[in-house]
Design a protein around this ligand. Structure first.
Ligand code: PMP
Length: 464
């Protein structure tokens, strides 16, 4: 059916939906961490859709729960009660600290972040929102203003007149390059501010990995203060950050940076939003939520992707007070919190617990980081290996001294080679120069050995 699908694609599907690989895959089946195409070729999926299939493709428990609910009741909209939304809200909030106890279910991460911004403004009666450079918070017109990964900007060329934002009231903190990270991997260079350095941020910016210069936390905080004091004087509504930047290539912040940033934002009357769309549900291994790794409790968290293991659902969880500010307006969405979504969401939470997936992320993720770090030591073009749990970035460079991104065609060759040998990897960063490894959380050490060997072979071929 390949040629037929290609033809339909050309004629009837939006060209903005870019596909991976020169010859895109036509997939047929998924089972846990494995995908099978129409030719029967099996692939180890290290990207989980886009960091979405959390507990495994067609996880039996989630599939059975969905099938049962499908036969009973799909949809009610929020004008009637059904038990599953109540049970799910109770279950989900039992995993969040006080005072994060009120849930609003939506359908996508973009919608969740739209709503989080809306709530911040209603609650604070302020207007300005701060996000980080390098962030990805969504593709809706509203969240595109927060999203700052180059590829997704609708720039001057598209007639928006501004290269980073479609909204005039979004301000950016310092570049999201990170230096002092909490990672088991020994880094290429030591920096004076902690055991770990390196990492990528946008080129030519003051970032350890790109420039080789270490900027201690203090400098970052000063820059952040600067943003708060000069760009958004006294009117801050909200500050949104991913605990680890996902689309930007597993970029981490200097240690204790978010903690200090939260404090500064709150002193100025703003609320803090943690975008847990990629980092939530145990993926970072050491903690269930990404914000916990920074020792902070946000005022609002937004959840999507892994929440439904691929079923379209998302959520905003916040405090009673912040949620009440929205209640003054009628705010509605048709599909959010459907019985089907809630049953799937609950089964995902059960699977994470019963299959021990958070611990697996920690064990297998740490093992993988260490195995990948060996590749970094073996190959000049592997510039950086970073991340936490099963949220890993491998940045490709021309050489470790210059840290320039490896040319796109060379990276693509390695990446295509991995696919041909049965391993699917994501791409991220401004130049798509970072391999993103964020598999279903059920992968095991044998899978890691296979994946690392495949990547090693692809790198060796590249060096020939
Ligand atoms: N936040 C983060 C951190 C994301 O990675 C994404 C999607 N890549 C979104 C929000 C937007 O989610 P969605 O595509 O479901 O709208």
């Amino acid at each position: 059916p390949y040629e037929r699908m290609q033809k339909i694609r050309e004629q009837n599907i939006s060209p903005s939906l870019r596909m991976y690989y020169q010859k895109p895959l036509l997939l047929h089946q998924g089972h846990m961490q494995w995908l099978v195409d129409y030719e029967g070729q099996r692939y180890l999926d290290l990207f989980a859709g886009i960091v979405t299939v959390s507990v495994g493709h067609c996880h039996p428990k989630v599939t059975v729960a969905a099938q049962k609910q499908l036969a009973r009741l799909w949809h009610t909209a929020n004008i009637y009660m059904h038990p599953s939304i109540h049970e799910y809200a109770e279950k989900l909030t039992s995993l969040l600290p006080d005072p994060l106890k009120v849930v609003y279910l939506t359908n996508s991460g973009s919608e969740a972040n739209d709503l989080a911004m809306f709530m911040s403004r209603l609650y604070t009666r302020n207007f300005d929102i701060i996000s980080f450079r390098g962030a990805y918070h969504g593709g809706s017109p509203y969240t595109l203003g927060l999203t700052s990964v180059g590829l997704y900007k609708h720039s001057v060329a598209n007639g928006f007149g501004c290269s980073t934002t479609m909204l005039p009231d979004v301000f950016r903190g310092p570049w999201g390059g990170s230096h002092c990270r909490d990672s088991p991997v020994q880094t290429v260079r030591k920096c004076s501010c902690s055991e770990g350095v390196t990492s990528y941020c946008l080129a030519a910016l003051p970032c350890c990995f790109q420039s080789g210069v270490c900027h201690a936390n203090d400098q970052y905080i000063e820059q952040f203060k600067d943003t708060l004091n000069t760009s958004v004087p006294k009117t801050i509504a909200g500050f949104i950050a991913e605990p680890i930047q996902g689309v930007n290539g597993a970029v981490q912040y200097p240690r204790s940076f978010l903690k200090e940033a939260y404090q500064l934002v709150r002193e100025r009357g703003g609320v803090c939003i943690s975008d847990e769309v990629q980092t939530g549900f145990g993926r970072t291994g050491s903690h269930f939520w990404g914000f916990e790794t920074h020792g902070v409790v946000p005022d609002i968290v937004t959840l999507a992707k892994g929440i439904g293991n691929g079923f379209p659902m998302a959520a905003v969880v916040t405090t009673k007070d912040i949620a009440s500010s929205l209640a003054q307006n009628l705010h509605f969405n048709t599909f959010g919190g459907s019985p089907l979504a809630c049953v799937v969401g609950a089964a995902v939470l059960d699977a994470i617990e019963e299959d021990g997936l958070q611990k697996n992320c920690e064990d297998v993720g740490t093992y993988m980081l260490l195995e990948l770090a060996k590749l970094r030591d073996e190959f000049e073009v592997v510039g950086d290996v970073r991340g936490k749990g099963l949220m890993i970035g491998v940045e490709m460079v021309t050489d470790k001294d210059s840290r320039h991104p490896l040319p796109a065609e060379e990276i693509s060759q390695i990446w295509e080679d991995c696919k041909d040998m049965g391993v699917l990897i994501g791409r991220g960063g401004l130049y798509s120069q970072t391999f993103r490894i964020k598999p279903p959380m059920c992968i095991n050490k044998k899978d890691v050995d296979f994946a690392v060997e495949v990547l090693r072979t692809a790198l060796q071929r590249h060096m020939e």
